[in-house]
Design a protein around this ligand. Structure first.
Ligand code: GDP
Ligand code: GDP
Length: 456
């Protein structure tokens, strides 16, 4: 039986020369119980099972990566956004608002078994006004005889309704073909563009805005006048020591109406969009209050997205300054954020600007490592040395054989190791190889990915 990773490896190998692209965002909107979560899980299922077991990170499933044919996109289940005990219509309106603001294409889902309801018509009105592309999906059409039930939904005004069945996985291909047709032409990152895009994430009051201001007010930082060009984000380009940077606004900073302030999940969505567009993500921790569960969750998103990460301990002015205090805090971070063991830690104060100058050099380094390519022959020398040092394990009388390795992608650096049988590559041996690769090439600040693949 092919492993879950098997399909992914094929994809990575085929796409090695494609430039990095921002992914389109699709949101699923609809009344409770029409089957949004069922469809969401079907579309992202495999991937969730891959990313879910980052130790210490609880995952909520409102946002995930999905894939159709060769197109990757991000999917939002607005049903996961719960707003207190407000009445249905209010909730629906707010979900629609999220979808309209965030998504490139909206899947409007209705229930073919129950037929049209007043709430469906209400949501339709909002979506209609938004001018976003909307694809209408009629769920719970579990067999061909039920297809007649889709016709009444023509009157919602979104053209042809697509019959689907979440439980049986029917009709999803046609639906996604239609969704993908509406994806906008997205700005493609220029491979030669050396500008370093970074964002700051962290819970409210950790000091994100203060740190942005402190960075921009440093000596010899030249802030360009050009206003951010990217749709719905306020980006600030600046230059320091001959390098170009862009700070991507994580916008929890900008408030837009009630829902934006009251929904924690919603601010996470905004952070996720900023992460998506970043090369490097600065994960902020408040030295004054210490590490809390929410910090881990937020940091987990940066890690999952495969971005370079720098951990910033802000408000260091509030802590008694000593080598010992710093070491203790560092130990705590390493214990809580084991999945970020590659991320450097910077201690600073946005308020007093102490140690602020230590930050950008780490951002630069992490960004360079994130985009680093190593030569195949040098890589294989390293792997062969590693094999000599720690022979491959034997599982049920079968020994793992490593034939050769090659780097197939950057951002983050990804390696395929060709082996006799991928099942024999256990986590601990993969980890050992990762550590050898890190020691040899210095990938500080960036995750790296290793995929075992059977040699054809
Ligand atoms: P959500 O509230 O819109 O996220 O809806 P859920 O995904 O939680 O689904 C609500 C109920 O509908 C669950 O009991 C599902 O098993 C069921 N359901 C989802 N899709 C289908 C389908 O295609 N056919 C049928 N018969 N039931 C479905
Ligand atoms: P944001 O919500 O993450 O953008 O946080 P802000 O930048 O608005 O900061 C929240 C609060 O923390 C404000 O009262 C800041 O003055 C304060 N603050 C930010 N950075 C520091 C710092 O380095 N030291 C201290 N003592 N306070 C800080």
């Amino acid at each position: 039986e092919p492993s879950v990773l098997h399909g992914m490896i094929e994809v990575i190998v085929e796409r090695k020369d494609e430039p990095f692209m921002r992914k389109s965002i699709v949101a699923i909107v609809g009344r409770p119980n029409v089957g949004k979560s069922t469809i969401f899980n079907r579309l992202v299922g495999e991937r969730i099972s891959i990313v879910e077991d980052i130790p210490g990170v609880t995952r909520d499933r409102i946002y995930s990566q999905a894939e159709w044919l060769t197109t990757n996109f991000n999917l939002i289940d607005t049903g996961g956004i719960e707003i207190g005990d407000e009445p249905l219509l209010v909730q629906m309106r707010e979900q629609a608002e999220v979808a309209i603001n965030e998504a490139d294409v909206i899947i409007f889902m209705v229930n073919g078994r129950e037929g049209m309801t007043a709430a469906d018509e209400e949501v339709a009105k909002l979506l209609f006004k938004s001018n976003k592309p909307v694809v209408l999906a009629v769920n719970k059409v579990d067999n061909p005889e039920m297809r007649d039930q889709i016709y009444e939904f023509y009157s919602l005004g979104f053209g042809e309704p697509f019959p689907i069945s979440g439980t049986h996985g029917l009709g999803l291909g046609d639906l996604l073909d239609e969704v993908v047709k509406h994806f906008p032409e997205l700005e493609q990152a220029d491979e030669d563009d050396l500008t370093i895009h970074f964002s700051l994430i962290g819970r409210p009051n950790v000091g994100k805005s203060s740190l942005v201001n402190a960075l921009l007010n440093q000596e010899r930082v030249i802030v360009s006048d050009i206003a951010g060009t990217t749709r719905d984000a306020v980006d600030t380009p600046f230059t320091k020591d001959g390098r170009d940077y862009v700070i991507i606004d994580t916008a929890g900073m900008r408030k837009r109406g009630k829902i934006y302030e009251t929904t924690e999940k919603y601010s996470i969505l905004r952070a996720l969009k900023a992460i998506e567009r970043s090369d490097v993500v600065l994960t902020l921790i408040d030295a004054e209050t210490g590490i809390i569960e929410q910090d881990k969750k937020i940091a987990g998103y940066a890690h999952e997205a495969g971005k370079a990460v720098v951990i910033v301990v802000n408000k260091w002015d509030t802590v008694e300054k000593s080598e010992k205090a710093m070491k203790e805090f560092e130990d705590q971070i390493r214990a809580h954020f084991q999945f970020l063991d590659y991320a450097p830690i910077v201690f600073l104060s946005a308020k007093t600007k102490k140690r602020i100058h230590t930050l950008l050099p780490r951002v630069l380094e992490a960004s360079e490592n994130h985009a680093k390519r190593v030569e195949t022959n040098v890589l294989n020398d390293v792997i062969m040395d590693a094999l000599a040092m720690n022979p491959t394990p034997t599982v049920k009388g079968q020994r793992l054989k490593i034939l050769y390795a090659t780097q197939v992608a950057v951002k983050p650096p990804s390696f395929v190791v060709f082996v006799n049988d991928p099942e024999l590559m256990h986590f601990s041996y993969e980890r050992f190889l990762e550590n050898r690769i890190r020691e040899a090439f210095g990938f500080e600040g960036t995750p790296i990915k290793i995929f075992a693949r059977r040699r054809k």
